[in-house]
Design a protein around this ligand. Sequence first.
Ligand SMILES: Nc1nc(=O)c2c([nH]1)NC[C@@H]1CN(c3ccc(C(=O)N[C@@H](CCC(=O)O)C(=O)O)cc3)C=[N+]21
Length: 284
Amino acid sequence: MEIIWGNELSKKIKSEIKTEVEQYKAQGKRVPILSVILVGDNPASQSYVRSKAKACYAVGMENRTIHLDANITQEKLQEVIAGQNADPAVDGILVQLPLPKHLDADQAIDAIDPSKDVDGLHPVNAGCLLTGRKGFVPCTPKGIMAMLESVGLDDLSGKRAVVCGRSNLVGKPVALLLQNKNATVTIVHSRTPEIESITSQADILIAAIGRPKMIKANWIKKGAVVIDVGINRMENGKLCGDVDFDDVKDKVTAISPVPKGVGPMTVCMLLSNTLEAYQLHERG
Ligand SMILES: Nc1nc(=O)c2c([nH]1)NC[C@@H]1CN(c3ccc(C(=O)N[C@@H](CCC(=O)O)C(=O)O)cc3)C=[N+]21
């Protein structure tokens, strides 16, 4: 059984990004800037925003974290986003989710200039993914595909892939990416009856259901590759995935751990998308 260490793979990708940014700097060019808009004081969001800022600086990019009051109005939030859209020095814009309940996330995402939407959540970028056109791919799905590639799974012809979960951030986009690589894809979710009868046929299983350790050995086909997208905080404060790692580890060919799996890949693909946005803007 092979462990797909996202922290190791992301280090490799981040060093490639760092080299590219250094080349731009050596040519006297400005460096890419990622603007992250954080609304309120949710501790988890604050820690993710801090890790994104740290990751930017580690590859030579700039980060602009805009911390807004939890009670900000939708109108004011849209104004702040419009200000980042209008700033030619800003390459990527990310609105940290979830937003406080009184704010509409779709409206905020729609307000982001699609050429700066490095989360890949704007309808224009979601539409590009759906129709196979060039656009920003959401970070976690992009990281998942890199993890599969790292274990030799590139052309997925003949492979059955099952995606557990149908979110806009992960489930739906990763299902499309798997299909684009010729996998035969099934999406299952909380309303799917006898879910194990479907997941246990999967050569590739993507677990993004948001239920700690729900996926046991009887959900898994012998020899499957499993990517655990879960980020569940347990009572003891430790993180665990949606997969019961110990229960399934002897059955799988490869599996990603939580932590040090998908999480670091999400951050590294955010940097990759920000570099892509910079190159787009520099080309004009
Ligand atoms: N607009 C938006 N885009 C996002 O991409 C986005 C978001 N909002 N809201 C929250 C989720 C969650 N997310 C993670 C990023 C890094 C780790 C990560 O690096 N986790 C470490 C562990 C970190 C720890 O110890 O807490 C790991 O899995 O090894 C996890 C989760 C991005 N998200």
